[in-house]
Write a protein that binds this ligand. Structure first.
Ligand SMILES: CSC[C@@H](O)[C@@H](O)C(=O)COP(=O)(O)O
Length: 350
């Protein structure tokens, strides 16, 4: 596909180090952090310097490369790859892409070690695997965008929550991919971006990357979504996800469930866009998806200004689960899946 997409790349492998766009500083500052250890990568994932399910997985894959690069024997290297993968898996719990990428790196290392290659060649082959995870994500997202765009028509209003854009992935994003393709094809879509409390991925990242690209985007506070829908301005909702359970329940950024309920109340389709690597057939329902809880400070003094009384009790889950009955369709690189989800999601992996 010829593409004019020119968004910032969030993860760049650069000659033995990982240059990571610090997403906490956006949109005001564009700073790439040079990461050289798996500890750096762990810390970057935990503290949201890199975030978004696919970008977390890609970064962790490079983290395994960094964490095992100094081993001096094949046996030691293989052991270290497993150790580093286990360690990086503790950085965040909800996005299954993290565990998917780490499992893929472990399997790749085991296969490489079985080939009897030199240590240096083995390390290079593992790096190639991490690079493949990143470049496949780019192609996957382009295909997700194509499928998603088939659901949209010129002049439609589409609401999104959090950031499932180029910044959250290798390129294009999942939920935002159709907006970039629409732009290239002269299709006008009006995007409403929820600001996404408490860390404002919608305001800081989605509004930023869509505006940079020239997409018609309007920023709204989360609590305005119902009003905007009631005015008839929203024809569809599209969001990304951190994990889809086998029954089609979907975990995504906190607030997604409320948007889904509002969409249903207004008769608006609610679409979820994700790669197959986000679908976790080993998790039967949304009730088994581990939901990360983050620090109270994100709510009480986000961005350095105290906005709540000292000592107040705070509940700060980073994600919620939208039950499958609210999901109109799940859009993947292999096509669009509708209910019955249990059966149809399985078919994607056949
Ligand atoms: C393509 S990204 C999909 C999801 O990871 C995204 O919607 C999301 O909820 C990100 O949460 P974050 O806490 O910013 O990592």
């Amino acid at each position: 596909m010829s593409t004019t997409y020119a968004g910032l790349q969030s993860v760049i492998w650069n000659d033995g180090k990982l240059d990571l766009l610090d997403q906490r500083l956006l949109p005001e500052e564009i700073v790439y952090l040079p990461l050289t250890t798996s500890e750096d990568v762990w810390e970057a994932i935990r503290h949201l310097k890199v975030r978004g399910a696919p970008a977390i997985g890609i970064s962790a894959a490079y983290g395994v490369v960094l964490g095992s690069k100094d081993e001096q024997t094949i046996e030691g290297w293989l052991e270290q790859v497993d150790k580093q993968a286990e360690y990086l898996a503790t950085s965040r719990p909800t996005a299954v892409n993290l565990f998917w990428a780490l499992d893929r790196m472990k399997a790749a290392a085991a296969a490489i070690a079985g080939k009897g290659m030199s240590l240096e060649d083995s390390k290079a082959a593992l790096l190639t695997e991490a690079i493949a995870i990143q470049s496949e994500d780019e192609e996957t997202n382009r295909m997700i965008g194509e499928h998603a765009l088939s659901l949209f028509k010129n002049d439609m209003g589409v609401l999104t929550h959090c950031n499932a854009g180029g910044l959250a992935t290798a390129k294009y994003g999942t939920a935002l991919a159709p907006f970039y393709l629409a732009l290239e094809r002269g299709i006008t879509l009006r995007v409403y971006a929820d600001e996404t409390r408490p860390v404002l991925q919608g305001a800081r990242l989605t509004a930023f990357e869509l505006q940079q690209a020239g997409v018609d985007v309007t920023l709204i506070c989360d609590n305005m979504a119902g009003m905007v829908m009631s005015k008839g301005w929203v024809d569809a909702v599209i969001v990304g996800t951190d994990r889809v359970a086998a029954n089609g329940d979907v975990a995504n950024k906190i607030g997604t469930y409320s948007v889904a309920v509002l969409a249903k109340a207004h008769g608006i389709p609610f679409y979820v866009a994700c790669p197959l690597s986000t679908i976790d057939l080993n998790t039967p329902t949304g009730a088994e998806i581990p939901i990360e809880e983050r620090s109270a400070e994100e709510v009480t003094e986000g961005f350095g200004k105290r906005t709540a009384p000292q000592g107040v009790k705070v509940f700060n889950p980073a994600f919620d689960v939208t039950p499958n009955e609210y999901v109109t369709a799940i859009i993947t690189e292999k096509g669009i899946v509708q209910a019955p989800f249990e059966e149809n999601l399985r078919k994607l992996f056949e």
